[in-house]
Design a protein around this ligand. Sequence first.
Ligand code: LMR
Length: 331
Amino acid sequence: MRIWIAAFVLALATPWAAAQAPIVIKFSHVVATDTPKGKGAQRFKELAEQRTNGRVKVEVYPNSQLYKDKEELEALQLGSVQMLAPSVSKFGPIGVKEYEAFDLPFIFPDRAVLARVTEGPVGASLFQKLESKGIKGLAYWDNGFKDMTSNKPLREPADFKGQKMRIQSSKVLEAQFRAVGAIPQVMAFSEVYQALQTGVVDGTENTPSNIFSQKTHEVQKYLTVSNHGYIGYAVITNVKFWSSLPADVRTALEGAMRDATRYANAIAQQENEQALAAIKASGKTQIVELTDAQKSAWRKAMQPVYKEMEGRVGKELIASIQKEAAAVGYK
Ligand code: LMR
């Protein structure tokens, strides 16, 4: 009799419990919490949970805790995680090569041009290309412009000769370093510190917020303020997961993403400026500022990458990014 009653209670309680169980969104990323992406993910979590009255629970996993670079995209495609914010270059290796256009040296003269690209038709059509991979693009988040670090001062293109430089997996970044005589080496973000410390690679490029939060400056003698390239993110989800959400939940999450995006993009520049100031203040690495002539020499040396890579990323795409720059007065 008792067993019978227990079974009856369980039968009643199970659907109730299922109805109450929150929808879990695992949001994995590879950088530190104290970065534009880390803070954006946290803001999305807060807004999403608040606006769905707890029907959604967002678990943020920073610092490659769950997956490293390439593995995280596979995990999203398989449904093991529901949200990621990889740097857009990371779509190259899964076949959406056009995104590597963002890696072209000096392609974005400033953030305003970048916003015209990501928030306009180019950004939307690039998102479209992810759908066949089972990926839905939700937003573009800024990080910022990259600097170079190494154990020798990198001032002239010739200074790169023979330097082993860590890169994210991107044919454009490979070409960029080959153009100046360096040896590019693809490596997961989480392995960079140790590789620099042990001399497996000589140097790397990244944004100040990543350099500072990964303590790269503690194992590199020089940092060249070059702003030669850009790192930004696409916040993505699994298409099937997203379309399986109840419509009201999806709408609330879209709103949370919109506001988290506004926040993340508003703080990115300042976060990077503060990180660069903190690197300078640490005194652990020497800062190299380029003269205008040196910067022009970098541009000139890296220029052949455009021609070399137009077959990979698309000549029209490069032209449409340049058109956005020309629209606001850049030549
Ligand atoms: C890198 O691998 O250097 C960056 O893409 C890491 C990141 O997500 O900012």
